[in-house]
Design a binder for this molecule. Structure first.
Ligand code: CTP
Length: 418
């Protein structure tokens, strides 16, 4: 069984106000988890339920996870002023699930309950997660409503996903996208940064595996977490993200385009092919420096090597260095240096040799840093000689700090040339 996800308050959800509208579909029960996760990430979540939503899930469930009672009634003295107040204060409005009926009312600008009224009154970005029967979803009127909501009113649409629908309805497009994905999509609404919009970020992540025979490989303990956190953070800021990843054990993030590779040479090929698209390249992969000179065709049998086996190793290509000729002139590049001794000297050497604009150094021997942990303690170094040491932080926070630290340099380099 996998360990439960531990969420704590962090950017871009922390201290933001989110209105979560829930309408009357079976997926409403999943939105208790959505409200809980957004609250754990530090957002203040105001839940607004339609009448029909209360038939599927009890208001008390939402109060239990957000700490405040959901709002339902337009026609109360509290409700009348409230929709204007909430609409003004919200940093984002999310409607999940958004039923066919709700989409029709929203597309026509109706204001016949608290949620639609609030939607007319707000100028915050709106994210809608449609969920309905597949026949209702494919009806031309629903398509028109969605088209209008997206292209005329500028609302963002998440899904629907394809898969099993409500009991007895079979499978098809119409499932609400899962709460985990919605949390990230809300993050992209809240995290948008003009510097990253329209930009492409390429991130390498995870370990590589170098084959010894069809069942064995040489590898390392990298989980991919640090690179995945960077890819997710750049995506939330509004970039298109290419994530070139070896077989890490952490779940890959929602949003970035995943290019899965296994060996260092495959990673080099994938990065060189796509490097020309990238405004920012972040080399967070733990690439195996060597591979067995001989990759055997069939499994090495224990009997045949009872006296041991010698494995000759050949150096692998350096992905960061080999991608340099393929990059844009205005590309910014960031490397990592994971060391067990002479941390800063080694990091400076790699910064210079590999021509990075910044290197993130960390000590593999230090508690809470390095492979296979949720946290990291890093020092940033740039060619000017500047070094900045950060305290022990979650890898998601480290990723945000790296992007912040790069922002001035990147904005200077990208200005007027995109
Ligand atoms: N790197 C790479 N391709 C490799 C090895 C490393 O792109 N074959 C990148 C890493 O992703 C990282 C940086 O280069 O951003 C430094 O990696 P590291 O493994 O610390 O350094 P090495 O070059 O392998 O040097 P050493 O073995 O001396 O530590």
């Amino acid at each position: 069984m996998s360990a439960p996800r531990v969420l704590s308050a962090r950017r871009p959800w922390k201290d933001r106000r989110i209105v979560l509208g829930v309408t009357g579909g079976i997926a409403a029960y999943k939105c208790v988890q959505l409200a809980r996760d957004l609250t754990r990430l530090g957002a203040r979540v105001d839940v607004v339920l339609t009448d029909a939503a209360t038939r599927f899930v009890a208001p008390l469930s939402f109060e239990g996870v957000t700490g405040s009672p959901p709002l339902m009634d337009l026609f109360s003295s509290r409700g009348a002023a409230l929709h204007i107040h909430l609409a003004r204060e919200a940093d984002a409005v999310v409607v999940a699930p958004a039923t066919a009926d709700f989409l029709a009312r929203a597309a026509h600008g109706r204001a016949d309950d608290l949620l639609t009224t609030l939607l007319l009154a707000t100028r915050a970005p709106v994210l809608l997660a449609p969920a309905m029967n597949d026949a209702m979803f494919s009806h031309p009127q629903t398509s028109r409503n969605l088209d209008h909501l997206e292209h005329v009113l500028g609302h963002r649409i998440a899904g629907p996903a394809t898969g099993p629908l409500a009991h007895g309805e079979g499978e098809g497009p119409g499932r609400m996208v899962e709460p985990d994905e919605l949390v990230e999509r809300v993050g992209r609404v809240l995290g948008e940064d003009p510097l990253f919009e329209g930009k492409t970020v390429l991130v390498t992540a995870g370990p590589t595996r170098e084959r010894l025979d069809p069942v064995r490989y040489l590898g390392n303990r990298s989980s991919g977490r640090m690179g995945y956190a960077l890819a997710a953070a750049a995506w939330r800021r509004g970039a298109e993200v290419l994530l070139v990843s070896g077989p890490g054990t952490a779940p890959p993030p929602v949003g970035p385009e995943l290019v899965s590779v296994e060996t260092a040479r495959e990673m080099r090929d994938a990065v060189c092919e796509r490097a020309g698209e990238a405004h920012l390249l972040i080399f967070a992969a733990a690439v195996a420096d060597f591979r067995p000179s001989l990759s055997r065709e069939s499994k090495v049998k224990r009997r045949s090597v009872s006296r041991g086996i010698e494995v000759e190793l050949t150096p692998n290509p350096d992905v960061a260095t080999e991608s340099r000729p393929f990059r844009r002139d205005d590309a910014v590049s960031v490397g990592f240096a994971l060391e067990t001794e002479n941390l800063l000297d080694e990091a400076r050497r790699k910064l210079e040799e590999k021509g990075f604009d910044m290197i993130v150094a960390n000590d593999a021997a230090e508690e809470g840093a390095g492979f296979d942990v949720e946290t990291n303690r890093v020092t940033f170094m740039t060619p000017s000689g500047e070094a900045r040491e950060l305290p022990l932080l979650g890898k998601d926070e480290v990723a945000e700090e790296i992007l912040d630290h790069l922002s001035d340099m990147a904005s200077e380099r990208w200005t007027g040339r995109s």
